[in-house]
Design a protein around this ligand. Structure first.
Ligand code: PEP
Ligand code: MG
Length: 324
């Protein structure tokens, strides 16, 4: 089986009916890029930058960050896009040296973009490092945990301010950086239409979207039975996001675990997802599976699985249709 997969390393990702999607990877450090290329990744769909900030006693400097971003962009080359997510700290990821107060509900608390908008010194340093690195490859910048349009507008305004400052200083910056958001909070998935007019792309973060939609802590074993990727509520939100993106000529990806799941892939293909971001080792199996799937046929099942009542019904239906 490994041999079969390896043959597809340099092949495009196409379905049985000739439809192309992007199969890209989630990474945490520049060292992960080798694995992405060895597994035939067409880009990086999520670079989690938290690791730069974790396991040390102070914030990373602009230079440290610049070196890391430049390294990832250079290794991926001009053609392969790299989506870098700005700092998503808080929730399950702590930073002791920031001395944040303990919270009753860290997953619903002060984290990610909420923290970056208040501590804009931290945010601006990261954005400057990213903007300076932008000329070394195909950079896209993504904000995490966006709950309101105002948050997106504020984050984008800060990004543009730093860009202007750098240009004034004579720094060269790419003119084609796309700016997008993670869709991992239900409010954003519900009004994706309104967001789609302002963002360049969406990346659906199902790890969080599932926990917030079903109100089930993703770390809590006791309620893990509620953590249901194929729940029709999740599928309807995902569908809404993809339709909203396409109505505005934008693209929609997914970077939660669900994007690499063999039951979810046919569903997402049928819903029209453009980009699937997963762990590097899932890419060749996904590309192999894709060759056997007809996007048109799966799209014709869309109304059926979106109107089902339970995750089990959806799963049974997909297993039957795809012989799994
Ligand atoms: C997500 O929430 O789906 C996601 C990709 O981000 P993280 O797992 O880092 O929260
Ligand atoms: Mg998340």
């Amino acid at each position: 089986q490994k041999k079969e997969w390896a043959k597809l390393k340099d092949e495009p990702s196409v379905s049985k009916d000739g439809q192309h999607v992007e199969l890209v990877a989630n990474i945490g450090t520049p060292n992960d890029v080798e694995g992405v290329l060895n597994n035939g990744g067409e880009g990086v769909g999520l670079y989690r930058t938290e690791f730069l900030y974790m396991g040390k006693n102070e914030l990373p400097t602009e230079e440290e960050q610049f070196d890391a971003y430049r390294s990832v962009l250079e290794q991926m080359g001009r053609d392969k896009p790299v989506v870098v997510r700005t700092l998503d700290i808080g929730g399950d990821k702590e930073l002791p040296y920031l001395e944040l107060p303990d919270e009753m509900n860290p997953f619903l608390g002060y984290r990610a973009i909420r923290l970056c908008l208040e501590r804009d010194d931290i945010f601006r340093t990261q954005l400057r490092a990213l903007l300076r690195a932008s000329t070394y490859g195909n950079l896209k910048i993504m904000f995490p945990m966006i709950a309101t349009l105002d948050e997106f507008r504020q984050a984008k305004a800060i990004l543009l301010e730093e860009k202007d400052k750098l240009i004034q200083e004579g720094t060269e910056i790419s003119e084609s950086i796309e700016i997008g958001i993670m869709v991992e909070i239900p409010s954003t998935a519900v009004i994706a239409r309104q967001f789609a007019k302002e963002v360049d792309f969406f990346s659906i973060g199902t790890n969080d979207l599932i926990q917030y939609t079903l109100a089930a802590d993703r770390m809590n074993e006791r309620v893990s039975y509620l953590y249901q990727p194929y729940h029709p509520a999740i599928l309807n939100l995902v569908n809404n996001v993809i339709e909203a993106a396409h109505a505005e000529g934008k693209w929609a990806g997914m970077c939660g675990e669900m994007a690499g799941d063999a039951i979810a892939i046919p569903i997402l293909l049928g819903l029209g997802l453009d980009e699937f971001s997963m762990s590097a080792t899932s890419i060749l199996p996904a590309r192999t599976q894709l060759k056997e799937l007809s996007k048109e046929e799966l799209a014709s099942f869309k109304d059926q699985f979106l109107s089902m009542g339970t995750a089990d019904e959806v799963e049974a239906f997909i297993r039957e249709k795809t012989n799994q």
